[in-house]
Design a protein around this ligand. Structure first.
Ligand code: GLC
Length: 754
């Protein structure tokens, strides 16, 4: 279809009309020109297609579909291929159902454990988020179905989400909150982007030209269309001018008329409207011209795929005495309502109408497993009778497995959590069961970190997260050893909420929330502060063991324009096959001007190894692995210095490291004046060259008085060195006793500034 020619034939009213939804889930048709409507639907971990009453909060029914593990779980796989496979399956369901764009992935960074939608997001780390989201997008779009990567940007809380301003400095945006979008936009080219509800530094994302045009399009090269989150539009005219192409769901024509009036009155260039229409139509026809409604959708097969995916995401947090895996002849008590009716997804727009669910109890049929309900998932208060029944079951079994986690009411789209605790009835149950049976295991279903006051009293903990509709199948396979757990935490579990770096400011005040922790999000904060955590980012145990050795770099010194290869050998030294997420972190040692985290994830690979098998894993590091965002240059900048590359199976289990000297080739422009201090000038080769010849004389001028005088006793050599270093150039005048020739300093500055 010749899109430009088509737009030229459109009237102003038709153009304005195309820039808002035809209804809750469709773009507009333009009958006169044969332009079809296309459907968009949630997302992200399954298809929520509503063909009756529509809503964006998961209230009304949607068609039966397959609920895959949520992003909190799939991120724990650290496995790009797994995300791609899931994306392909969702893409097939969309083709089958005639859905042109699936509204996901959701890539907002987990700034705090309190965010109600954390279950739908990947990680506290931007690199892991971006790389896995890119894989998911490639998977979906391989079926010629689009995605809408969301919510752009800095939508990290549900509290006041439609009005609050996320106040974030640019370096923090660039290094933490943007890469989850930047990496996929550059590597996987999403068909659409969804802007968020919130303001960003005071300007709504839905009308923020810096965000939607300067950064997203001009810098990152995005070439699809931007849609609003549902109801996120404030000023539609400003939105079109800023780069918001499609208002969803619609404004019943109100905003369409405003666009027409704005063009007529010269407040909006019609060319902006043309651009928006071209972008929307390019995606509409990209789908419709190759739609494949005959694509099969085998839900039963996808149910098993969902179980396979869930298996690969489970994180074995603790396994005392090697209690797991269980033997199938063991007498085992399954305790807790989630064993029968697992919590496997979150509330809100991502809520899928699963065509079936398999809980652990059902999956364990035929095994020597008893059941006790233990608690009422909808209640907070403990039920003594249920606990007593559970204790009896625990006493009668060799192993007691408590299925616990967060009830739907504890975390959801639309509101934030108020604390990190499990329901009191569950904590009490776990304590009671652990008191009755030393071999107690806890299986968790939660979308975000929880406190575990009983952690020292239970032998094993398996984090199943929100593992999709077949999570029970996966859990039983892992518990009894048919599958070897290989998930790694995509977020830190802090010991308590107030340890979290955003704790003082999260949720903000009525006007907005300040991201005062800056780049120190998650492990970047806990590591820098040398804090103990409950479980660190990247942590995950296995039923086998892995050893890392021989980390070697392709060079011991590079320029920031080079790439560096880092190779590490990983070996399965345990008794059975297994998979491990090999993680690579980069950090700059002491020194340097830039305040930065100790280490940051810059590579990961999921590796499957048979017992005894070893393999070299190779990572390629480019400039961005060493760079930070320089706000003066407004660009990425590598500070020359010595960097450390570390590899291992967790951010706190990095047995091998290597050093590399990196020479930055681009430096922020340096201009010195009278107030520039000697330390900075002398650190600059050009400045040193100009100052060196004078230093002896200057030092004498600024040196302490003769030995023995009362003044010299007070001034140590360290102090005089410090005074010298931090002295501004004008100090020569103040302490030079007037002996300087006129114009001396001006000439000196000219030399220093070259
Ligand atoms: C919701 C969500 C968004 C979803 C959209 C449509 O409010 O914020 O993620 O895709 O509306 O349901």
């Amino acid at each position: 279809m010749d899109i430009k020619a088509l737009v030229l034939r459109m009237t102003l009213e038709e153009k304005a009309s195309l820039c808002s939804g035809g209804d809750f889930w469709h773009t507009k048709a333009v009958e006169r020109l044969g332009i079809p409507a296309t459907m968009v639907s949630d997302g992200p971990h399954g298809l929520r297609k509503q063909d009756q009453q529509a809503d964006h909060l998961g209230v009304n029914e949607s068609i039966k579909a397959v609920c895959f593990p949520a992003a909190c779980a799939t991120a724990a796989s650290f496995d790009r291929d797994l995300l791609a496979r899931m994306g392909q399956a969702i893409g097939d369901s969309c083709q089958h159902e005639g859905v042109s764009v699936v509204l996901g992935p959701a890539v907002n960074i987990k700034r705090s454990p309190l965010c109600g939608r954390n279950f739908e997001y990947f990680s506290e780390d931007p690199y892991l988020t971006g790389k896995l989201a890119a894989a998911y997008i490639r998977g979906v779009q391989s079926r010629n179905v689009g995605v809408s990567i969301k919510h752009f940007a800095a939508n990290n809380q549900e509290h006041r989400r439609m009005s609050s301003s996320s106040d974030v400095d640019e370096r923090t945006l660039r290094e933490i909150y943007f890469p989850g979008f930047e990496i996929p936009v550059k590597e996987a080219r999403p068909w659409t982007v969804m802007c968020s509800y919130n303001r960003l530094n005071g300007v709504f994302a839905s009308e923020n030209p810096w965000l939607l045009t300067d950064v997203l399009r001009k810098e990152w090269g995005f070439d699809g269309y931007v849609m609003s989150d549902w109801g996120a539009v404030s000023d539609r005219v400003a939105g079109v001018a800023a780069g918001l192409d499609l208002e969803m769901p619609a404004s019943g024509g109100v905003n369409d008329r405003k666009l027409v009036a704005a063009v007529r009155e010269g407040r909006l260039e019609e060319s902006k409207l043309d651009e928006a229409c071209e972008r929307i139509l390019s995606i509409v026809y990209r789908f419709t011209e190759s739609a494949r409604p005959d694509t099969p959708w085998d839900m039963e097969a996808q149910h098993l795929l969902s179980a396979q995916i869930a298996e690969e995401c489970m994180v074995l947090l603790k396994n005392g005495d090697g209690l797991l895996p269980l033997d199938k002849s063991d007498a085992v008590a399954f305790i807790g309502e989630f064993a029968e009716r697992p919590r496997y997804q979150g509330g809100g727009s991502s809520h899928i109408n699963s065509f079936k669910t398999t809980g652990a109890l059902e999956a364990a049929r035929g095994l020597n497993v008893t059941y006790a309900r233990g608690y009422d998932a909808a209640a907070d208060s403990a039920d003594d009778a249920l606990i007593a029944e559970a204790v009896a079951a625990a006493k009668a079994a060799r192993v007691a497995v408590v299925f616990a986690g967060l009830p739907d009411s504890y975390e959801s789209e639309g509101y934030d959590r108020r604390h990190m605790r499990l329901p009191e009835c569950q904590n009490r149950l776990i304590d009671a069961v652990a008191g009755a049976n030393a071999n107690t295991v806890v299986v968790l279903h939660n979308g975000s970190p929880v406190q575990m006051p009983w952690i020292g009293r239970v032998k094993a903990v398996l984090e199943a997260y929100l593992g999709g509709q077949a999570v029970g199948l996966a859990t039983v396979r892992v518990l009894f050893g048919d599958a070897n757990p290989c998930g790694h935490l995509p977020e830190t579990f802090p010991k308590k909420l107030s340890d979290n770096p955003s704790y003082l400011f999260y949720g903000g005040e009525p006007r907005g929330t300040e991201y005062r922790e800056g780049v120190f999000v998650g492990y970047r904060y806990y590591d820098k502060k040398e804090m103990d955590v409950l479980f660190p980012f990247g942590h995950g145990l296995s039923y086998t063991r892995f050893e890392f050795s021989n980390l070697r770099l392709s060079a011991d010194a590079i320029r920031d324009t080079d790439t560096l290869a880092a190779t590490v050998t990983v070996k399965n030294v345990g008794p059975r096959p297994g998979k491990v997420a090999v993680q690579l972190y980069v950090g700059r040692g002491e020194g340097g001007d830039v305040i930065r985290p100790l280490r940051e994830l810059k590579g990961f690979e999921k590796v499957a190894l048979d017992s005894g098998e070893a393999r070299d894993v190779v990572f390629t590091l480019d400039k961005r692995a060493f760079a930070t965002w320089n706000t003066d240059m407004r660009d990425w900048c590598v500070e020359s210095g010595d960097y450390t590359v570390e590899a291992g199976a967790s951010s706190r289990d990095l047995p091998v490291s290597a050093a590399v000297r990196v020479e930055g080739t681009v430096h922020p422009p340096r201009h010195y004046d009278m107030n520039s201090i000697f330390m900075d000038i002398m650190a600059d080769p050009r400045g040193r060259e100009a100052l060196e010849p004078l230093m002896a004389k200057i030092g004498a001028m600024l040196a302490p008085e003769e030995e023995g005088s009362s003044a010299s006793e007070a001034i140590t050599s360290d102090m005089s060195m410090a005074m010298m270093q931090y002295m501004p150039l004008r100090g020569i005048v103040s302490f030079g006793g007037g002996g300087l020739p006129d114009g001396f300093l001006d000439e000196l500055l000219e030399k220093i500034n070259g």
